[in-house]
Write a protein that binds this ligand. Sequence first.
Ligand code: IPE
Ligand code: IPE
Ligand code: MG
Length: 264
Amino acid sequence: MFTRLLGNRLKNAAGDKKEEKKLMKQLDMNMLPEHIAIIMDGNGRWATKKGMPRSFGHRAGVNALREVVKLCVELGIKYLTVYAFSTENWKRPRDEINMLMELLVEYLNKEIEELCANNVKINPMGIISELPPQAQEAVTMAVQRTKGNTGMVFNVALNYGGRAELVQAVRRIGEKIQRGELQVEDVDETVVNNHLYTAGQPDPDLLIRPSGDYRISNFLLWQLAYTEFWLTSTMWPDFGRIDLLKALLDFQGRERRFGGLVHN
Ligand code: IPE
Ligand code: IPE
Ligand code: MG
């Protein structure tokens, strides 16, 4: 029984590798998105379906994240933005919030060496000062340790809300006007961009949302203006290299017009 199970598992893994190779071959390495954004959703439902506590799903979600980060680095993606905790997620039970914060600390501490080895630079997005002290410390450590890295920028949205981001941008711009450092007439899209957590970065080319839900959930409201969406019913813990490759291939078949016309 055990050997049969193990045998099946090995067979599946071999099949996955084969499919991954096939997909990878189809990929045009010159047409990869510069910036990928992901709403890592579906951990709870994935666990519940297995008769397990939601925390089990969050743990499995971290493994999925690890794999996706790895593949993005391998592919040379320049910016990866992941939604880890929203400004609305505080509505959840205290226990789940605490667990998520502990998981964040654990993830950062465990992964920091690997992230540094891969030249990844961590850029937290959100109101970090409202996180529990230990989470703040881990985030500060991760920023410090990776600040000199020149490879992929890894934006981690923590206590992030698209509306909150815009509110803080408006406030900071208002303060500059008040101090006379900026004129109202000079406020344009570039100025707004420069006051977002993604200042200096290109907008996401591709947004991936697993879990079968079709909404933005307050993610990157400004930045997603012309982003291509790729939605899947796969839950985040099951999202793997093959799913990311499928999303990338689909993206490469899209016609992006940005409101203009495409002439053949
Ligand atoms: C995403 O999974 C993780 C966070 C929001 C922190 P969920 O916890 O939202 O899982 P579902 O959507 O309930 O399945
Ligand atoms: C979005 O997922 C936030 C994160 C993945 C961190 P949610 O589960 O919070 O979103 P809703 O409630 O389904 O819109
Ligand atoms: Mg959810």
